[in-house]
Write a protein that binds this ligand. Structure first.
Ligand code: SAH
Ligand code: SF4
Length: 393
């Protein structure tokens, strides 16, 4: 149950971003309804609005066009009207690093000069893009680098969708108008496992995923999107109902005493409360198994007893358990469990009937692995007002 004294709040330092006054409105990240309203406001006749939404949508999200002048199925003066009122803007790539294993990490600059990271992980038969939902994170999980970052603000829906578009730019993945459709997808999966707690930025994440799933554009199926949460219980049912993607839970411990330390949101919603909510999730969204993420910390949560307790706790939930060898970062207070320990732990879970893949660390040489993301140019503490004015809020 909720403990009122628990120090977990959504608001501390979290600054939602509003549209700046004046300037051109960015069309990226608007829902179809919002795009329609924006077009009408700019002078599009109402009876044409639906058709224009469809055309513009396809240029932006199917062909990856950024310049209204290239929208050749629109009249010239209408293109000029669009260019006067709107822009098609994605985050700016500050640096792009490529790991020896092919993993790509993008440092992206967004409004206000803030920075987030996105990571592309190519595998044999799929390519997963790990995207961020916030600059930093207000939750201070003790093993996570992102959680040590002071400055936090929510990303807009456009900044979330924009990460997918930037990756497609870099991979050269946009189809050319008139050329036959190539069905191979380099970005075939999206995981909300970068910086931030996605369920503390629910509306923007929901709207962004609706754009990413829309069949006329980026067109990723809901089964290819996974949202990872530390356990924001009240938003979990909403995730099933309003987003419908797959769910991953940062579980990481089998007793409240240990989880309180590793994932402090546990003080607000403990293991029992969380598990009761999860029992309903697949039913609500008609989705597949829930992924339980479990970071392997030497001597902290990696005993045989932990493995057995874990299996007991999740019984009845369609689940797979993803074991994540701890990724170190400068000053981290933990060590990665030994490989034999991880395998013994995996074995107990596997024998109990659950898939227990061990997540191979990817992109470690460029600090792109889970939990290593943090803005390189993290700035000293600033006042809320300073941050707000810099971000044009
Ligand atoms: N905030 C969300 C999503 C981002 S974290 C969440 O916590 O679920 C993505 C995953 O990486 C989470 O399971 C997180 O607990 C894990 N993680 C964080 N730091 C890590 C580290 N140093 N090593 C390995 N995994 C880590
Ligand atoms: Fe935030 Fe997730 Fe890191 Fe915890 S593990 S601090 S919720 S990003």
């Amino acid at each position: 149950m909720t403990k009122p004294e628990a120090p977990i709040t959504q608001d501390v330092l979290t600054i939602p971003r509003k549209l700046p006054e004046g300037g051109k409105r960015n069309l990226v990240g608007l829902t179809r309804e919002e795009l329609r309203a924006a077009l009408i406001e700019a002078g599009t006749p109402e009876r044409q609005a639906k058709m224009r939404v469809g055309q513009i949508w396809q240029w932006i999200y199917h062909f990856g066009i950024r310049d209204f002048a290239e929208m050749t199925n629109l009249a010239k003066d209408y293109r000029a009207l669009l260019a006067e009122n709107f822009e098609i803007a994605v985050p700016e790539v500050v640096t792009r690093q490529v790991s020896l294993d092919g993993t790509r990490k993008y440092l992206l600059r967004i409004a206000g000069g803030h920075e987030v990271e996105a990571v592309y992980i190519p595998e044999e038969n799929r390519g997963t893009l790990c995207i961020s939902s916030q600059v930093g994170c207000t939750l201070t999980c003790s093993f996570c680098h992102t959680g040590t970052q002071k400055l936090v603000r929510n990303l807009t829906a456009g900044e979330i969708v924009g990460q997918v578009m930037v990756a497609r730019d870099d991979l050269g993945e946009w189809p050319k108008p008139g050329e036959p459709k190539d069905e191979t997808r380099l970005v075939s999966n999206v995981v909300l496992m970068g910086m931030g707690e996605p369920l503390y930025n629910f509306d923007n994440v929901r709207d962004a995923m609706a754009v990413v799933m829309d069949g006329e554009g980026l067109s990723l199926s809901r089964r290819r999107i996974t949202l990872s949460t530390s356990g924001v219980v009240p938003e979990i049912a909403k995730t099933a109902e309003e987003i419908g993607c797959l769910l991953a839970i940062s579980f990481h411990a089998t007793t409240d005493a240990v989880r309180d330390k590793l994932v402090p949101i546990n003080k607000r919603w403990n293991i029992e409360t969380l598990l009761n909510t999860l029992r309903d999730y697949p039913r609500l969204s008609n989705s597949e198994r829930i992924t339980f993420e479990y970071v392997m910390l030497k001597g902290v949560n990696d005993s045989d007893e932990d493995a057995r307790r874990l299996v007991k706790l999740i019984s009845g939930i369609p689940a797979k358990i993803n074991l994540i060898p701890f990724n170190e970062w400068p000053g981290a207070p933990y060590q990665r469990s030994d490989w034999e320990r991880i395998e013994a732990f995996a074995d107990i879970i596997y024998k109990a009937g659950y898939a227990s893949p061990i997540r191979t660390p990817r992109g470690e040489d460029i600090m792109a692995a889970c939990g290593q993301l943090k803005s390189a140019t993290e700035r000293a503490r600033k006042s809320r007002a300073e941050i707000a004015s810099e971000a044009g809020l």
